[in-house]
Design a protein around this ligand. Structure first.
Ligand SMILES: [Zn+2]
Length: 445
C-alpha cells in the first residue's frame, strides 16, 4: 500500500502518555500504522490537513447495530427501560439475516462519519436464521475495526423473564454458537480488524449458570466479556430481589470482573462497586445520551475516573438513543458531569480522551486510541475552518465547538471517509434498502 502523508495538520491531539498536543506537523501512514511524525515529509499520497484538528479515531464501546431499524418507535419513545423493551421485542422478533447485514452497514457508516474507527457491537437476538456472521461480513466491507460480541437471552416470559419466549435460546445452543463464532472469526493479533467477545444480554435475561459458563469459556478462549449492568434503579431492585445482592457483587461472584470485562451503563454503581471495578481493572461503557433518553440517571463518571476505573463511551443501540454520533456522546458525557458536579467537573479534552484512548483501553486495544509512531493508523480529521468552529479560540477543544462530523477518516491506514463521504459503500443505496426494511417492519412484515 502506498504511504499516505497527512500534510500540515494544524493541531494533533495525540492522547499519548504525556497527552502531547502537536502543531503544524505531518504524519506518515504506512502498512496500517503511524510510521512517522514530523515536518516536511514527502514520498506518498498527500492529504492536506491544513486547518484541521487530527485526533485518534473515536472508539465506541457499546452498541446494538440492528436497532437502527427501530428508531423513535411509537409506544417506546417515552418509556422507561423495561417498558421500552417490551414494546420493541415483538418487532425485533420479525428480523432476519438481511436486517442484521443492512443495519450493520448503515450503523457503521453513521459511526464513521462521527469520527469512529473502532466499534464493538452487542447482538443478543438471532431471529429467523440471523447470525453474528451477518454483522461481521458487513463490517469487513465497511472497513471499521470491529469487536462484535455474541450476546444471548435465555429466560423468556414463561420462565419469569422479560423477553418473549420466541426470542430466547437454549443455553447449550448459545454456548455452542459462542464457541463457533470465536473459532471462526476471532483474531487476537495486534492490529486485528475483528475480535469476538461473549455477551449474555443482562443479568435479567439469562441464568446465573450461563453468566458463569460464559465467563469460563471467555477465559478459556482468551476473549473479552461484555454485558449491561446497573443501568437504572429498576435494574438494581431486580438484582436485590432476585439475587439478594447488588449488581457489582453479582458480577464479581460469577467471574465478571477483570481487565477482560467491560459493562455497559453502570449508572447506579455505588462507592464499593466503583472501588471493585478500579481494583479489578473492569471497564465501563458510559452511554450518556441513552441514559438521558431513558431517564436512567447520571453515571458517576467523575468518581469512576478519579478512582481509576477504565471508562469509554458508547452510543448504545439506536433505539434507545435514536442517533449514533460518537462525537455527541463525548459532548454529552462532559455536559452531564457538569450538571452533576459543576462546570469544572470535566474538560472538553478529558471527554475526548474517554472517547479515544479511554475506549481503546476498555476494549483491550492499547495499540489504538493514541497518535504515536507504531500505533495503528486510525485517525479522525476534523475540519475546523467551517461554520461550527468559526470564532473558536481553541478549535482543539472539539466538543465545545464542533464540527460534529469528520472530514476524513483512516482505519488501519485506509481512507474510509474522504471529504465527508464514505468511500467503502454506496451510502444512498444502503439508506434506500434500509428504509424498505424499516417500512416492512412497521407494516408488521
Ligand atoms: Zn445496550
Amino acid at each position: 500500500m502506498t504511504d499516505v502523508i497527512l500534510k500540515n495538520a494544524q493541531t494533533v491531539l495525540t492522547m499519548n502518555d504525556q497527552r502531547e498536543v502537536l502543531r503544524d506537523v505531518d504524519l506518515r501512514l504506512r502498512n496500517g500504522v503511524i510510521a512517522e511524525i514530523g515536518t516536511g515529509l514527502t514520498g506518498g499520497r498527500l492529504v492536506d490537513a491544513t486547518r484541521t484538528v487530527v485526533t485518534p479515531g473515536l472508539v465506541n464501546t457499546h452498541h446494538h447495530l440492528y436497532q437502527n431499524l427501530t428508531r423513535a418507535v411509537l409506544g417506546g419513545q417515552d418509556a422507561l427501560l423495561f417498558g421500552w423493551l417490551r414494546t420493541l421485542y415483538p418487532i425485533w422478533a420479525r428480523m432476519g439475516p438481511e436486517h442484521m447485514r443492512v443495519s450493520t452497514q448503515l450503523g457503521l457508516a453513521e459511526l464513521a462519519l462521527s469520527g469512529c474507527t473502532l466499534t464493538s457491537d452487542h447482538l443478543y437476538l438471532f431471529p429467523n436464521g440471523a447470525r453474528l456472521d451477518d454483522t461481521i461480513h458487513a463490517a469487513a466491507e465497511v472497513g471499521l475495526r470491529f469487536q462484535p460480541t455474541r450476546g444471548a437471552m435465555s429466560i423468556g416470559e414463561s420462565a419469569g423473564g422479560l423477553p418473549p419466549d420466541a426470542l430466547v435460546e437454549r443455553e447449550a445452543a448459545i454456548l455452542d454458537d459462542m464457541i463457533r463464532v470465536v473459532d471462526a472469526f476471532h483474531d487476537p493479533s495486534e492490529g486485528s480488524m475483528c475480535r469476538v467477545g461473549l455477551a449474555p444480554c443482562s443479568p435479567f435475561s439469562v441464568s446465573r449458570e450461563l453468566m458463569r459458563d460464559a465467563a469460563l469459556l471467555a477465559r478459556d478462549k482468551g476473549v473479552m466479556l461484555h454485558t449491561h449492568l446497573a443501568e437504572n434503579d429498576e435494574d438494581v431492585s431486580y438484582s436485590l430481589a432476585t439475587f439478594g445482592c447488588r449488581p457489582g457483587q453479582y458480577a464479581e461472584e460469577l467471574g465478571w470482573t477483570g481487565s477482560d470485562v467491560w459493562h455497559a451503563h453502570c449508572v447506579k454503581l455505588d462507592g464499593q462497586e466503583i472501588d471493585l471495578f478500579a481494583k479489578t481493572r473492569t471497564g465501563v461503557a458510559h452511554c450518556p445520551c441513552s441514559n438521558c433518553r431513558l431517564g436512567s440517571g447520571i453515571a458517576p463518571v467523575r468518581a469512576m475516573r478519579d478512582a481509576g476505573v477504565k471508562v469509554g463511551l458508547g452510543v448504545d443501540g439506536s433505539a434507545s438513543n435514536d442517533m449514533a454520533n460518537l462525537w455527541d456522546e463525548a459532548r454529552q458525557a462532559m455536559l452531564l458531569q457538569r450538571v452533576a458536579r459543576g462546570a469544572d467537573a470535566m474538560s472538553a479534552y478529558e471527554a475526548l480522551e474517554m472517547a479515544t484512548r479511554g475506549g481503546a483501553d476498555v476494549l483491550g486495544r492499547p495499540e489504538c486510541g493514541r497518535i504515536e509512531v507504531g500505533k495503528r493508523a486510525d485517525l479522525a480529521i476534523w475540519d475546523v475552518s467551517g461554520l461550527a468552529s468559526s470564532g473558536s479560540w481553541d478549535p482543539a477543544a472539539l466538543v465545545l465547538a464542533g464540527p460534529r462530523q469528520v472530514r476524513d477518516l483512516f482505519v488501519e491506514g485506509r481512507h474510509v471517509v474522504a471529504q465527508g463521504a464514505m468511500t467503502t459503500l454506496d451510502l444512498p443505496q444502503v439508506i434506500q434498502h434500509h428504509t424498505k426494511l424499516t417500512e416492512a417492519l412497521a407494516n408488521g412484515d
